[in-house]
Each structure stands twice: as structure tokens, then as C-alpha cells.
Design a protein around this ligand. Structure first.
Ligand code: XUL
Length: 525
């Protein structure tokens, strides 16, 4: 019998499902359900509830529950062999938090299949809405917690990251300060991931080491709740937090609700979920320390797997637990395609092919020209918007095309050094990864071969693989992650680009100039 595993990804705008047949090494089903379109009664826009304060971004936990019902109904309608699913895991948008009362455990244990999940769960929340990762209303709380923990370096070295406005701890602190009564009534605080896992398991599920690291509450090395961080956040908090566990760990059989309503096997296992980024790391095949992926999207993201928890003393990058038991880093550069598109517009370049031709027509190192392309306020390095040129003629179209991408890659190299990881190969994904001229610059700056991967729904795929891994461990096997992911995460054939050794030397030197330009500008602004 085919061994099927279901991975779900509850992201900002949608809930997705990926089902894999493990022995066949194939994805057999994929589906996504867009929240705004499928559930308009919740009145979200791009998955977010309207709010007068632009810094406040909340969503509704009942929306996520309703989406789970709808997606299972859709799978049933699509005649998916739900009875053959052996284990389910998932991933959630990171940092978002759900606040439950003492009624929650009982409601979860007694889900009535004659009613919807919304009807079953309405009334278990001490806070109707959930702050999500897009929220940036907790600057004050971040400063308060960071101060109590001894500053950026100590906060990062204990919890994996400096305090960030979207991280759960500062959000919990704000809730405690602004709604103390509702905070007191809260018996359980869940993440999006552990909330969804709790519904499937019919009991309060643990938080995993991947998503737990996005809270500013977990000790990144010991993988338990950090006493000082918890104390700095809110009173009586430790009682409200669930246990921590490895992702994919079996919570129990799925709730009878899903068996009776949708035909899941009563022996199917519900496992611990993780965050969408840790799940993507698996879905992209980064299961060995030293493996790195760069996603060239709206923002550019640098993901890497590492064996030791090195943290960033400047507090720009994050360290989370990886579902493999190693660590992963996430460094997010806000001015990704956003900035590349601005240059394209500015110089009236018709398309990306032409942009690539401009890059190829200029020499590596751009005759020492450097551009700092912060069209938007940047996260890494933290700075205000500003465009700065050094030895670079503003009127030279081709040189500016090369300069922006060289700067972005040099910045990635510079700001990922704290990881102490020398990648053997870099996997690239995202829109701009189809541009060979840009990939050559990437390979040369990093002095490393580059391979393209095209995985859609990498988080849900990672979650399905996590379900398979969790099941195998549960049944006494010792599955190897690299074997498990191999047939699901193959790079695009023939896409490997090797670094040009001469160009790589030029970039070793340009990196020094880039770093000094950056620090000069950061001192002034
Ligand atoms: C990561 C982060 C986002 C969300 C998106 O720190 O905030 O990537 O996980 O869902």
C-alpha cells in the first residue's frame, strides 16, 4: 500500500496541502486555498484584518480553523485517498500567536463532526484576533525586553535573535500591558503552527524548536524556555506556554473529528508542526550543515543550515532550529527585487533579458564602482532609505545594472559571515533565479557553484517530509534526511554555474571596499 504523508502550510494568505507518496518519491496532490477568496466572511485583505493603525497587523485564528475544514472538504471532493494518509505535519507563518482560555483543552478533545471547526472552537479564545509577523507595533516592548536581557548581543545569543517587533515575546508583552485581564484569563499561548497542530491532534500540541526560536523566549542552545527571557516578557508566562518538542514528533492519533467527517484513517498520526521557514529549508533540500539557499524574491532571503548555533552579535540575522535537529539561519534583505525593479524603471530597461545583457557587458567588479541600493528602509544592515554611489557614474546604465546586483550579493556575503559556514554549493530559487547573468555574479561573489531549484510550495512539501520523518522515527527507524528529501528536491538539470576564479579574486577585494562604503554611510545616517 502506498505510504502517503500530508503536509499543510498555514501561511499569511493561504492554506496549502501537499501529499507525497514516499516510496514512489512523488508529490501526488497539491492544493492551495486563498483566505480572502474562499472565506470572505472574515473580511481579511491579503490574509490580514483591517486596522486603523498601520503598524497593527492581526488575523483571525477562526479563519485558519475554517480554512482547515474547507481544505479537507476540498480534498474529499477531489477524491484524495485520505484513508491512506499515515501521518500529517505542517508549518505556519512564523511568530503569530493564539491566546486560549481554560475551555480550549476540552473543546479540542471533543470536536463534534456534526458542527464546523468554527462552531466547535468559537469561545475558546481570550483574544479574538492574533498578531501576525507583519505587525510592527511593539518597538517599546522590544526595547524593554532587550534591556532586561542585557542588549542586542546577549538577547541574540540566548534566544537566537535580537528582539523583533513581530516576534512572539514582545507581542505577548504588549498584550499583557494593554489587556491585563484578558492576559490573566489566557491559559495557553500557541503559535499559528501549534494551534493548527492542536486542532488536528485534538489536544494542546507542543511548539517545535524551529518556530519556538522565533519567539525571543526559547533558549536557542538548550532548547527549553529561557527563564530570563520569559521573566522579562510577562508574569506567569511559563505556565501558559506549551512544552517544546522536535518538529514531526508524534502528538497522537488524529482527532476523531477528521476521521468521521473526512474519512482519515483512525490510526493516522498528528505530529508537531514547525514554522514556514524551517519547513522550507527541508522542502528545498537543505538538510546538511553547510547547505545554503538564496531566494531572490520581493525581498532576498539567505537560508542556511549549520551544526552549531552561532548567533549574529549585530542582531540582524536569525537562528532557528531546523527540523533536522541542526540549526538554520534566516537573513532577510528587504531591498531584493524591489530594488532591482527600481533600477530597471529608473533606466527604462525594457525587460530582465536586457537587464542581464547590461550586466554581462560590464566587467566583474565594475571598475571598483559601488552602489548602496536601499530604496526602502533596509533590515540588513538596519538603515533608512538612501541610494549611495561610489566611483560609479549615475548615467552609465549598464554599470548601474551590474552595481545593484553586485552590491546585493556582496552585502549577503558580508552579513552572513557570522554564520561561519563556507557553502559547498548554493541553491537559488525565486523570480530572478532564471537570469543566468545574475547567477554568474552570485557564483563569482560567493566563489561557489550555484544550482537552481524550482520547488513550488516548499513549506508544505517540507511539512509532508517532516510527517514522513516523524512517522519513521515513531516506528523505531532511523531515517536519513538526505535520502528522504532526495527525489523531491532535485536541482534543475544543467543549471549549475561555476565561479570564475579571476572574478572571485576581484570580489574578495571589492568586498573590503563595499564594507567600508557601508560603514561610512551607516555612521552618517
Ligand atoms: C520570518 C518571517 C516570515 C514569516 C512569513 O521571520 O517573519 O518569513 O514566517 O510567513
Amino acid at each position: 500500500m502506498a505510504k502517503l504523508f500530508l503536509g499543510l502550510d498555514s501561511s499569511t494568505q493561504s492554506l496549502s496541502a501537499v501529499i507525497i507518496d514516499l516510496d514512489a518519491g512523488k508529490v501526488i496532490y497539491e492544493k492551495s486555498l486563498n483566505f480572502d477568496q474562499a472565506l470572505p466572511q472574515f473580511k481579511t485583505k491579503n490574509g490580514v484584518l483591517p486596522n486603523r493603525d498601520p503598524l497593527v497587523k492581526h488575523s483571525s485564528p477562526l479563519l485558519w480553523a475554517a480554512a482547515l475544514d474547507l481544505l479537507f472538504a476540498q480534498m474529499k471532493k477531489d477524491k484524495v485517498a485520505l484513508g491512506k494518509i499515515i501521518a500529517i505535519s505542517g508549518s505556519g507563518q512564523q511568530h503569530g500567536s493564539v491566546y486560549l482560555t481554560e475551555k480550549a483543552a476540552e473543546a479540542l478533545a471533543n470536536l463534534n463532526p456534526k458542527k464546523s471547526l468554527v462552531e466547535n472552537l468559537d469561545g475558546i479564545f481570550s483574544r479574538k484576533t492574533s498578531p501576525i509577523w507583519m505587525d510592527s507595533s511593539t518597538a517599546k516592548e522590544c526595547a524593554e525586553i532587550r534591556k532586561k536581557l542585557g542588549g542586542i548581543k546577549f538577547t541574540a545569543s540566548r534566544t537566537g535573535s535580537d528582539t523583533f517587533e513581530r516576534f512572539t515575546g514582545p507581542q505577548v508583552r504588549k498584550f499583557y500591558k494593554t489587556e491585563p485581564k484578558a492576559y490573566e484569563k489566557t491559559t495557553h499561548i500557541a503559535l499559528v503552527s501549534s494551534f493548527m497542530a492542536s486542532i488536528l491532534a485534538g489536544k494542546i500540541a507542543p511548539i517545535d524548536f524551529g518556530d519556538g526560536a522565533g519567539m525571543n523566549l526559547m533558549d536557542i542552545r538548550k532548547k527549553n524556555w529561557n527563564h530570563d527571557a520569559v521573566k522579562a516578557t510577562a508574569p506567569s508566562l511559563v505556565k501558559k506556554l506549551p512544552t517544546l518538542a522536535p518538529s514531526g514528533h508524534v502528538v497522537g492519533p488524529v482527532s476523531p473529528y477528521f476521521v468521521q467527517k473526512y474519512g482519515l484513517n483512525p490510526e493516522a498520526l498528528a505530529t508537531v508542526w514547525t514554522g514556514d521557514n524551517p519547513a522550507s529549508v527541508i522542502g528545498l533540500g537543505l538538510v546538511k550543515p553547510g547547505q545554503v539557499a538564496i531566494s531572490l524574491g520581493t525581498s532576498d532571503t539567505f537560508f542556511g543550515t549549520m551544526a552549531q548555533a552561532h548567533t549574529d552579535e549585530n542582531g540582524e540575522g536569525h537562528v532557528f532550529g531546523s527540523p533536522t535537529g541542526d540549526y538554520m539561519t534566516l537573513i532577510c534583505f528587504k531591498n531584493g527585487s524591489l530594488a532591482r525593479e527600481k533600477i530597471r524603471e529608473l533606466y527604462k530597461i525594457s525587460d530582465w533579458k536586457k537587464f542581464g545583457e547590461h550586466v554581462a557587458s560590464t566587467p566583474s567588479g565594475n571598475n571598483d564602482g559601488v552602489l548602496l541600493p536601499w530604496f526602502e528602509a533596509e533590515i540588513v544592515p538596519r538603515t533608512k532609505p538612501g541610494i549611495h554611489r561610489f566611483d560609479l557614474d549615475e548615467k552609465n546604465v549598464a554599470a548601474n545594472c551590474r552595481a545593484i546586483f553586485e552590491a546585493q550579493m556582496l552585502s549577503m556575503r558580508l552579513h552572513s559571515q557570522w554564520m561561519q559556514v563556507a557553502p559547498e554549493k548554493i541553491f537559488v530559487t525565486g523570480g530572478a533565479s532564471s537570469n543566468p547573468q545574475l547567477l554568474q555574479v552570485l557564483a563569482d561573489v560567493m566563489n561557489c557553484s550555484v544550482l537552481r531549484i524550482e520547488v513550488s510550495k516548499s513549506a508544505a512539501l517540507g511539512a509532508a517530509l517532516q510527517a514522513a520523518h516523524g512517522f519513521l522515527v515513531h516506528t523505531g527507524k532511523s531515517p536519513k534526511w538526505d535520502k528522504l528529501v532526495a527525489s523531491f528536491t532535485k536541482p534543475v538539470p544543467g543549471s549549475e554555474i561555476h565561479p570564475d576564479k579571476k572574478a572571485a579574486k576581484i570580489y574578495d577585494q571589492l568586498l573590503e571596499k563595499y564594507a567600508s562604503c557601508e560603514s561610512d554611510v551607516l555612521e552618517i545616517v
